[in-house]
Design a protein around this ligand. Structure first.
Ligand code: T1G
Length: 691
């Protein structure tokens, strides 16, 4: 590749411009280029200062993540940064876009830093299961203080230029062209006789209560270790001389580089990008979507409308009455008020949305000009078919008709229209303007440009879009149904709901399945069981879960479910009425003890087995599609990468062995997935199917 670092002179100032699209990652060529160009500047007569600037949309987005897991290539980033800092010339970083991870570390290796107002800095390594590995935890405390450094290194959050300036990480914030700003600032420093200012020579900041900080960060990480390790690295910047602090940081970095959590989080990072980049959509132009219709202004419909409005789309909300329409407008207004309060939108944007972009109507004719319509009406096939029949009559040619159904057969819905090629499923997760996951459900006759439009809409709404085939529950809810049944099996065999929740929260879930059920409402499952018993697809006889509901225990919404919420949702005191009901139902079932590890293995075996069936049947395109679904829609812990990444790490042959042993007592539920058996037989991993 051509030299990624351009070299130019402007009077006494040499300008090094990094050009490594798309985000100036610090590849080996960039690192080598910086070393070479620093030598060139120092050998160039008359040069008294150097400016380092990024071409394109970023200063530097960080180390080149594609190099992770491969043998390290010289020069290392710490060596490059030490080389920059040791230069006898004054070195200025001119920053715009993002300066993240190694990018910020390069900037901190410079003697001065100038940035445009829209620039952002950050140390996001914890999102990759790592900590900064090129001096970030040693230099940032020296310019910004310990608290700011710990906040940034443990959360990975992006910090805007003005805040970075206030904390001392950036010296000057000024609007303009980054290169010109850098040259002018360097020239001013020379004119003022400013000295070089190596950060490593600045005094170490005051210490804090490190153990208390470590414990608090560890507890917040819910099993993820990198953030807490970052605290220890910052501690080294205070308690050790700079050179020894660098070594301490490097030791922690290398320790984390070899962890399963790093493997899981890097997998999540790349999968997050790959999941919406489907090969079959390459070169397919999506249809233009500027105006959408939403039918049904309940929580889900209002959330969908909110997400669309926040992305700049015009929305026509259709409800069945003016009162319902106004209630929908109120829900959307409430959602937008939250966005306003969080600074996501300005008051002017809020008012423009509510006064212009959002229209509410009770007349289907109002949808005659929409480019795409999403129905979010009652989950009943007859109702859906009525809606789609009307849409077929009213909507213009080329309009896309989408259902937000969470499990109904979208092929059957498409078949009731004269335009099945324009029908698709867009399954949002509640609250739709907050949850990142969008399942793009593709019926048999859907046109490829309609699929492309679904993904384009998902990107515009800042969603993680996953392609799903048509089956009961698509990807996420189908797998959820299976592992929830596994949890219920364990309850019948002797594990308490409380042990199960505790074991899975220790595994990394934010909430265990029974706490989640209390949050969602136990009456939802009760209604489904009653419907299925009425249809004859479920055996008669009330279970303990039914008896809980018959007693009015619906979970948080009634103050009691599996837990008693009298002391508040955080307390989660077990409801004493539950175990006696469970013990009644257990009668006749052989009992066994479950350790926390047993619980995780049983629960995860069910999740992995069903996931393998979903991939094997083509409902999900690749294992990574299942991983991203569970990460972004079901609270699976990100540092484990997803259920199928976790399975690869723990070993598929052991998992298959577990499943076969469970199948001895329940052969139908635990029938091994053919794909899992095939991978074990071939000695392959789920990851081998992700390319
Ligand atoms: N390395 C390699 N490729 C990267 C990359 C990186 N650091 N960051 C982004 N890309 C690719 C990405 O895969 C995608 O590729 C394209 O750029 C556009 O990304 C030593 C060890 C920078 C805020 O963690 O947060 O430094 O899919 O779609 O939404 O201490 O990417 O198009 O082929 O996300 O505008 C620390 C991770 C590394 C930054 C841009 N840095 N990246 O967001 O575009 S570790 C990070 C991001 C480190 C040092 C440590 C975002 C972004 P493709 P995109 P975007």
């Amino acid at each position: 590749m051509s030299d990624p670092i351009a070299y130019e002179r402007d009077g006494d100032v040499a300008v090094l411009t990094i050009n490594n699209p798309p985000v100036n990652a610090l590849s080996q060529a960039v690192r080598q280029g910086l070393m070479t160009r620093m030598d060139q500047a120092e050998g160039d007569a008359g040069v008294k200062a150097v400016v380092i600037v990024g071409e394109g949309r970023a200063f530097i987005a960080g180390a080149d993540i594609t190099e992770f897991g491969k043998p390290p290539m010289e020069p290392s980033l710490p060596d490059v940064i030490d080389r920059i800092e040791a230069s006898p010339l004054i070195v200025v970083a001119a920053m715009h876009g993002v300066s993240l991870g190694g990018g910020l570390e390069v900037a901190l290796g410079c003697h001065y830093r100038i940035a445009v107002p829209s620039a952002r800095i950050g140390l996001p390594e914890v999102h990759l299961g790592l900590i900064p590995g090129a001096g970030g935890t040693q230099r940032l405390p020296r310019v910004a203080g310990v608290q700011a450094a710990i906040d940034m290194a443990t959360t990975g959050r992006h910090v805007k230029a003005d805040e970075a300036h206030k904390m001392g990480a950036i010296d000057v914030v000024q609007d303009g062209d980054p290169t010109e700003l850098g040259i002018a600032y360097a020239q001013k420093l020379l004119d003022d006789g400013a000295a070089r200012r190596p950060v490593s020579e600045m005094p170490a900041p005051e210490g804090i209560d490190w153990d208390a900080t470590y414990d608090a960060v560890l507890a917040r990480g819910r099993g993820q270790i990198a953030p807490a390790k970052a605290v220890r690295a910052v501690q080294a910047s205070v308690e050790k001389p700079f050179a020894e602090g660098l070594l301490a940081e490097r030791d922690i970095f290398i320790e984390l580089m070899n962890t399963d959590q790093r493997k899981g989080m890097i997998h999540a990072f790349f999968s997050e990008h790959a999941v919406s980049n489907l090969p079959e959509l390459k070169g397919v132009d999506p249809r233009a979507v500027d105006h959408i219709g939403v039918i049904g202004g309940g929580t889900m419909g209002a959330g969908i409308a909110t997400a669309a409005l926040l992305s700049g789309l015009q929305v026509t909300m259709l409800e069945m009455s003016s009162e319902a329409g106004e209630a929908a407008r109120g829900r959307i207004g409430g959602n937008l008020a939250g966005a306003l309060k969080r600074g996501k939108i300005s008051q002017a944007q809020h008012d423009a949305i509510m006064d212009k972009a959002l229209q509410v109507s009770t007349d289907y004719a109002a949808l005659s000009d929409v480019d795409l319509v999403i129905e979010a009406v009652f989950e009943d096939m007859a109702v859906k078919k009525q809606v789609f029949t009307k849409l077929d009559d009213v909507c213009k040619q080329g309009a896309i008709l989408a259902s937000n159904t969470s499990y109904l057969d979208v092929n059957e819905i498409a078949a009731c229209t004269k335009r099945p090629e324009d029908v698709i499923g867009l399954h949002f997760f509640s609250p739709a303007h907050v949850m990142k996951l969008l399942e793009v459900v593709v019926p048999d006759k859907t046109a490829i440009d309609v699929v492309a439009t679904g993904f384009a809409l998902g990107k515009r709404l800042n969603k993680i879009s996953v392609r799903a085939g048509v089956c009961d529950g698509f990807i996420g809810n189908r797998i959820l149904s299976t592992y929830r049944q596994a949890a219920d099996q364990m309850v019948m065999q002797g594990a308490s709901p409380y042990d199960i929740d505790a074991a899975l929260e220790a595994f990394g879930f934010a909430m265990g399945p029974f706490a989640v059920a209390d949050l969602a409402g136990l009456d939802i499952g009760w209604a489904v069981r009653k419907r299925k018993r009425a249809e004859g697809t479920m055996p008669d006889g009330a279970t303990y879960a039914d008896k809980m509901c018959e007693a009015g225990n619906f979970g948080q919404k009634t103050g009691k479910g599996y837990y008693d919420y009298a002391a508040g949702a955080k307390a989660r005191v077990p409801n004493p009425d539950v175990m006696p009901l469970i013990e009644e139902d257990r009668a006749g079932t052989p009992q066994r003890t479950f350790t926390a590890d047993d619980i995780v293995r049983y629960y995860m075996a069910a999740m992995v087995n069903e996931s393998a069936k979903v991939v094997g049947e083509g409902i999900a395109r690749r294992p990574l599609d299942v991983d991203m679904t569970l990460l972004f829609g079901y609270g699976f812990p990100r540092y484990r990468g997803g259920p199928l990444k976790w399975a690869d790490i723990v070993g598929l042959d052991d998992l298959l062995g577990d499943i076969k042993s469970y199948a001895e007592t329940n052969p139908e539920f635990w029938a091994p997935a053919p794909l899992l058996e095939q991978l074990v037989a071939e000695g392959k991993t789920f990851d081998s199917l992700n390319s």
